[in-house]
Design a protein around this ligand. Structure first.
Ligand SMILES: [Zn+2]
Length: 593
């Protein structure tokens, strides 16, 4: 296939390599059909979608090597490809292609990746990135990103599988395990590069999303924990350095640099009236939040039945002011994780809180809120951030759309994601958007030692602002939880936090708004094609101009001397955009006139 001069020039940009691939974008070469391979393929697709990186998945080596970047997803053993396919991969890198593979275990690929040995292990609990300036490490600027956690060695003897490499002379070792063996390498082979990651995306991102990360989180909450995101950010950095012009579906509403979700758990008698005080403060600053309300209508050993008509009237007033109300369960039980799923037919009239079930907690609370607020309740957060194995399946079956029952630290990500129906490998994905909690005044545990007290206000504010800044550097999201049990120092700390971060670069809003943004975002699948005079055009191939969702944006590489790219819909109609320059890239806000 003839290469157009412009595309050739684009391929050359920034890379200093000879052009050879003829098709724009990333190829995911799916290799192998074993259960492990399929799970790795799912994890890679998920990471690319989460980062907003357009890609084409294929099982054909011949198709894959026509693109400037090939991600091999599977476990790279000798038998995975035929000799001819293997030769094609070598030739591709030799003439300038870039390939990234995880778990390179087949000796016939060692020369390509510049390694002389590979062994597997389950005892690597940390990965340390060195001082290399390789472009794949672009986003790993913080100490928490330079040393990451794969599990807690104090609690587990073994953690996720990893592959340890022995690097050949001349191969750049980008990261090592604590025993000094190589965890991430890059080899300049011919005119191209071959990256080898010792960890699969299944191990670093998919298993943690099930909240089964071998307790890798270095803190429970109120800390920047990027141990899973680091691998997604490496994919993004490599894509931005290799595919020109790069286009990303942005991760933050309205094209902002970062997002802050505001949320409150109303789970104590005094919090209902106090909620209105928080709402007034937030309204005064022009922002809205989510109140997760416990509908505890009966008295037990833990508390009175505080969900009373008088208190419901306060929640009704919140709704009238445009605030979002979600469910915070019926009983707010510490034992929620041990509840059986129960019957989906459960009803307020027959629910016995002494014999609690997950369905009961989820459905009866929704029934009460729907009835009393005349709304459709779509958001849930459990008490104490308990996360039963079946929670998301139960929520999905009960007409919910989002959940916020895990800490960002526990799932090792600072991005929202589509959760799995059950917390086990092989479970289908749900349509429930999970928005992890990053910052919490109570530490998320039994409130024995509150994080935010009158005495710790300055320290809490400093910690929270630093986490928000760290997430902003990655275009990630922070979600704040404040219990409205106090209207003095807690209110003041939240007010100061909002005032410190609001402005052009931060989106601030309710959890459900972000979840809706995340669902809409999944519908955008941009590709770059060459238009008139070889001018690149971004095509939103499966959308009509009139149905482009609001608040979405694309982040596009700014090409020197080139006008901003045109965005067109499936029918070729121009999608109106508002553009804003941001360093070496341009943010295109879709649908804005
Ligand atoms: Zn609570």
């Amino acid at each position: 296939m003839a290469l157009s001069p412009l595309l050739a020039a684009l391929v050359l940009l920034g890379s200093g390599q000879q052009p050879s691939p003829a098709v724009w974008g990333v190829a995911v070469l799916e290799a192998g059909t074993s259960r492990d391979a399929r799970q790795e393929q799912l994890a890679v697709r998920d990471c690319l979608e989460l980062m907003g990186i357009p890609f084409a998945a294929t099982r054909s080596v011949e198709q894959a090597v026509r693109r400037p970047l090939v991600v091999i997803s599977g476990i790279l053993t000798n038998s995975l490809f035929t000799a001819g396919e293997r030769e094609a991969l070598y030739a591709y890198v030799e003439r300038g292609g870039v390939v990234l593979a995880t778990q390179v275990q087949g000796g016939s690929f060692f020369t390509l990746f510049g390694i002389t040995g590979a062994t597997t292990s389950r005892t690597n609990f940390r990965v340390n990135f060195g001082s290399s300036t390789d472009p794949i490490l672009r986003y790993l600027n913080r100490p928490e990103e330079r040393t990451i956690s794969l599990g807690d060695p104090a609690l587990y003897r073994e953690t996720v599988w990893s592959t340890e490499y022995t690097a050949a002379p001349g191969t750049d070792v980008l990261a090592v395990y604590p025993n000094g063996t190589a965890a991430v390498t890059v080899n300049a082979y011919g005119r191209g590069s071959a990256y080898a990651l010792g960890l699969g995306f299944k191990e670093t991102t998919l298993i943690p999303q099930l909240a089964r990360s071998f307790e890798a989180a270095r803190h429970w909450i109120n800390w920047f924990e990027p141990s899973g995101d680091v691998f997604r950010l490496m994919l993004r950095a490599l894509y931005e350095n290799t595919v020109h012009p790069f286009v990303l579906v942005h991760t933050v509403p309205l094209g902002k640099r970062t997002g802050l979700c505001l949320s409150h758990d109303v789970d104590a008698a005094e919090s209902f009236r106090n909620a209105l005080v928080f709402a007034r403060m937030e309204r005064g600053l022009g922002v809205r939040s989510t109140f997760f309300v416990t509908t505890k209508y009966f008295t037990d050993s833990t508390d009175i039945g505080y969900y009373s008509p008088e208190r419901v009237s306060f929640i009704r007033a919140l709704r009238a002011q445009g605030f979002e109300v979600g469910s915070h369960s019926v009983s707010h039980s510490l034992a929620f994780e041990d509840f059986p799923p129960g019957s989906p037919q459960v009803d307020l009239s027959d629910y016995d809180p002494a014999r609690s079930t997950i369905y009961g907690e989820v459905r009866v609370s929704k029934q009460l809120l729907d009835r009393d607020l005349r709304q459709r309740t779509v958001g849930f957060r459990s008490g104490y951030l308990r996360f039963p194995d079946d929670l998301l399946e139960v929520l999905e079956q009960s007409d919910y759309l989002f959940d916020s029952s895990v800490s960002a630290q526990w799932v090792l990500t600072n991005f929202p994601f589509f959760g799995f129906r059950r917390r086990s490998l092989g479970s289908p994905r749900s349509r429930i958007v999970e928005v992890p909690v990053t910052l919490d005044d109570s530490r998320g545990e039994l409130r024995i030692r509150e994080f935010l007290t009158a005495a710790s206000e300055e320290e809490a504010l400093r910690t929270w602002l630093d986490v928000i800044r760290a997430n902003a550097e990655n275009n990630a999201i922070s979600c704040l939880l404040i219990h409205p049990t106090d209207t003095t120092f807690k209110l003041e700390t939240e007010r100061r936090l909002i005032q410190a971060v609001r402005g052009d670069s931060t989106w601030i809003g309710a959890v459900g708004e972000l979840a809706k943004f995340w669902r809409d975002r999944a519908r955008l699948h941009p590709v770059v094609r060459l238009g008139v005079n070889d001018q690149p055009v971004i095509v939103l191939a499966n959308l009509k101009r009139a149905s482009v969702p609001s608040a979405q944006s694309l982040v596009v590489e700014t090409l020197p001397g080139k006008a901003v790219l045109r965005v067109v819909d499936a029918a070729g109609g121009t999608v109106p955009v508002r553009q804003r320059a941001s360093g070496d890239r341009t943010v295109l806000l879709l649908g804005a006139h």
